[in-house]
Write a protein that binds this ligand. Structure first.
Ligand code: DP6
Length: 325
């Protein structure tokens, strides 16, 4: 039986940064995101006696995985088997990704949510919560791409494998939001999120961040429920800059934002001010800027993005989460 699944990245509005258990990717706090409709990742999984993985570029050529990437995928399968014992003894997987890796566009969220979707299909009666836990074991943020629309990740309590999981707050048709993604560079970053999370605890600002997060998460949920864009902009931008302050002040420091990122942020502030355009910026672990906007701002934001030289632009909107094909 060959199982196929598809998924896409999500963009965090309240950021996940730092774990309380690195191996199981149990987060240190709640987080919240919007799932995107593209770029997509397709995976297939088949029961075999030995674990194997192939990665195929969007042009059909094979991408040779590094040993580190291969072992992360195998380790994910072994952890998934701990949670769902009825999984086959091993699997052969194939990954076809249209998401550039390592630029702050959540490629791992798309890959591991699609894999979780396909693993769950081997076992009867798996719930969405189960799929979200399976995804988290590969990449913390992947647990949120299992659902469409607006999704909250619950920190939970304790260190059991199922202690943290994601839940949908509102489906994709609740609020028509777009994410115009501007990637100033598609070069892979040098420190991936997995290496970055353990450093969060070394920042003098991390404890304060953890204290403030519950109020911010509540404010973000309120903004989404009430479709209040101003409220969403304020809380999402404060939280994004706060996460980057933690990253920059960790030991060693992590500087994910570039001069180009800063320039785009300033220009978007100037662009939105005169007519109060509903657009906000947010960045994950990379220089890539996500411009989240309502439909009324879409043409101005797209036009601004298309004027960016030497940048790759993705026009995305709120999406429906991982599913079987
Ligand atoms: C900055 O989920 O990518 O994008 O579990 O190591 O794969 P791993 O980490 P990951 O961390 C995401 C960090 C972030 C913020 C977010 O998406 O919430």
């Amino acid at each position: 039986m060959k199982i196929r699944a598809v998924s896409a990245p999500n963009i965090a509005l309240i950021k996940y940064w730092g774990n309380r258990n690195e191996e199981l990717r149990l987060p240190a706090a709640d987080s919240l995101s919007m799932t995107l409709d593209s770029p997509t990742v397709e995976v297939s999984a088949e029961s075999t006696s030995n674990f194997s993985v192939r990665s195929i570029h969007s042009d059909g050529s094979e991408r040779i995985l590094t040993e580190r990437e291969r072992s992360r995928l195998e380790n994910h399968f072994l952890l998934a088997k701990k949670y769902a014992e009825k999984l086959p003894s091993s699997v052969s997987i194939e990954i076809r990704s249209n998401v550039p890796r390592g630029i702050g566009l959540a490629s791992s969220a798309a890959v591991f949510s699609a894999l979780a979707e396909s693993y769950a299909a081997f076992i009867p009666n798996m719930s969405r919560k189960d799929v979200s836990i399976l995804a988290r074991l590969g990449s913390g943020s992947a647990s949120r791409s299992v659902y469409g629309g607006f999704v909250a990740m619950h920190v939970g309590e304790g260190s059991e494998i199922d202690a943290s999981y994601a839940e949908q707050l509102a489906p994709e048709n609740h609020w028509e939001l777009y994410d115009i993604v501007i990637a100033p560079s598609i070069e892979e970053k040098t420190t991936g999120s997995s290496e970055g999370h353990p450093l969060a605890h070394t920042s003098p600002f991390f404890e304060k961040r953890l204290r403030e997060l519950p109020d911010r998460q509540a404010m973000c949920i309120e903004a989404i429920r009430g479709k209040n864009f101003d409220k969403l902009r304020i809380v999402a931008e404060v939280d994004c800059l706060d996460m980057h302050a933690v990253m920059k002040s960790s030991t060693p420091p992590l500087k994910y934002l570039s001069n180009e990122t800063e320039r785009i942020m300033r220009e978007v502030e100037a662009l939105r001010a005169p007519e109060h355009l509903p657009v906000l910026y947010t960045m994950d672990a990379g220089p890539t800027v996500h411009l989240i906007c309502e439909k009324s701002a879409l043409s101005s934001v797209s036009e601004y993005a298309s004027r960016q030289k030497n940048c790759t632009v993705f026009e995305t909107k709120i999406g429906s989460g991982s599913s079987l094909l």
